[in-house]
Ligand binder design. Structure first.
Ligand code: ZN
Length: 344
């Protein structure tokens, strides 16, 4: 089973200073993959720069020039959370290009599945706006690229980052070719992602939001995956599955209040992989979004690769949270989402 990964030191050059979204995230992932000798089992995929035409599949040309301008003028804050350095435009163009290359490698059959280890992340970026540490929407660009280049009719994006992918939702809200499913802490940043946001017109029902209360862990995420994501994907029959893989729902991550363990991530990835095997010949592409405790991030990304490689022996160096609190019941929530989406 060939599993690919996209990485390039250029991704370290998006210099955010003391920001939580910084280069140590990718450095920790790569050094952990090396130390555990997993990296040598993976097929390296070289990223390239996305072209303006490719970025324009999702973003307005004016917005793209604006990001380029800010970088040329030395960088700065785009909003309260999102900062750019002089190299950030180029890095963001390579992040989008990395997601595209990972998708190409899978679609062309060079690898069975792939993971784009890129930054800055993408799922909050809208066609005209940077936000939430995101400049270009890497997964949305890869999705539009795959639809066009491979003439696909349908693909699914599963977004398990702890934040709602408002940008991705907005981009595909009226697009019946893309099923967007998100699990996220709610209410929480960025505020969107309620159960009744389901898409418009012909795309009604192709946005599936699973807004979870703070405190959810493996015991809540796994039923949400099994009871909503699995039947929604089966009904939609995607020809490719893209994953906005954020690891900030880890119990050790300080940015949010979820309690998912490294083992929990492995189980979630296993469900997604089984869906890809069943529905689209295994075609599966991950792209990195959040995850800010670098130890938890590195262990969880490794667990993701382990599952993609078919390894069932998952190491969990962090275990359960030492400050566990009782998760609220999500039985009623799951029932309500099933009703809204008419799921079996
Ligand atoms: Zn996030």
């Amino acid at each position: 089973m060939k599993v690919g990964f996209v990485y390039d030191p250029i991704y370290l050059k998006h210099d955010t200073g003391q920001h939580v979204e910084n280069a140590t995230r990718l450095e920790a992932i790569i050094s952990h993959l090396e130390k555990t000798q997993l990296k040598q089992q993976l097929i390296p995929i070289k990223p390239g720069a996305a072209s303006i035409e490719e970025l324009s599949l999702v973003h307005d040309k004016q917005y793209i020039s604006h990001i380029q301008d800010v970088a040329q003028k030395g960088g700065g804050w785009l909003d309260a959370d999102t900062i750019m350095s002089p190299n950030s435009y180029e890095v963001a163009v390579y992040a989008a290009g990395g997601a595209i290359k990972a998708t190409e490698a899978v679609m062309d059959g060079e690898v069975a599945s792939a993971f784009a280890l890129v930054r800055p992340p993408g799922h909050h970026a809208t066609p005209r706006r940077a936000m939430g540490f995101c400049l270009f929407n890497n997964v949305a660009i890869a999705a539009k690229y795959a639809l066009a280049k491979y003439n696909l009719e349908r693909l699914a994006i599963i977004d398990f980052d702890v934040h709602h992918g408002n940008g991705t939702q907005e981009i595909f809200y009226d697009n019946p070719q893309v099923l967007y499913i998100s699990t996220h802490q709610y209410p929480f940043y960025p505020g969107t992602g309620s159960i009744d946001e389901t898409g418009v017109d012909k795309a009604k029902g192709t946005t599936v939001n699973i807004p979870l209360p703070a405190g959810c862990g493996d015991a809540e995420y796994l039923p949400a995956f099994e009871q909503i994501i699995v039947p929604a994907a089966r009904r939609f029959k995607p020809q490719l599955i893209l994953v906005s893989a954020g690891y900030d729902l880890h119990q050790a991550d300080g940015i949010a209040l979820m309690q998912v363990t490294t083992t929990g991530f492995a189980q979630m990835v296993k469900i997604i992989k089984q869906l890809a095997d069943e529905l689209c010949s295994g075609r599966l592409v991950f792209s990195l979004e959040g995850g800010y405790n670098v130890t938890a991030l590195a262990a969880s990304v490794k667990a993701t690769f382990d599952v993609l490689l078919g390894d069932t022996n998952i190491e969990d160096p962090l275990g359960q949270s030492r400050h566990r609190f009782a998760a609220p019941s999500i039985t009623q929530l799951i029932k309500a989402i099933k009703e809204i989406h008419n799921l079996p």
